[in-house]
Unconditional design. Sequence first.
Length: 133
Amino acid sequence: MKLDGVHHIGVNVSNLDRAESFYTNILGFKVIDRYQEEIRHSLLDTGATKIHLFESPDLEFDDAITRLSEDGYAHMAFGINRKQFPQVMAELKKHNITFRGPLILGKGESVHFKDPDGNHLEIRCPADLNVHS
């Protein structure tokens, strides 16, 4: 089997409008489709793949996210170039988003934060390993 790559990543959110605002206004992604079946959906273009937001207002997020992210390391990581990385931290601060970092992990440097529903997110660039050695 040879697949074409990742088509989209599904993310449960409790309030689609709030999540869509976060992912578009703060992270800069673009809404490319909205629709409703049993629940409301929003498909976002990230440039490399898509994020599919599923509105799940009755889902209990806290326990699931703790189990998946903090115990199991589930998260979404977005890339940026080294030159723009300082701007990422400035934007997060501007929007009063608490983050951890910058951290050197492996060959990358990253900041870690949560979306409005507590989903764990990372923005990562190549680390300048010569500066930190």
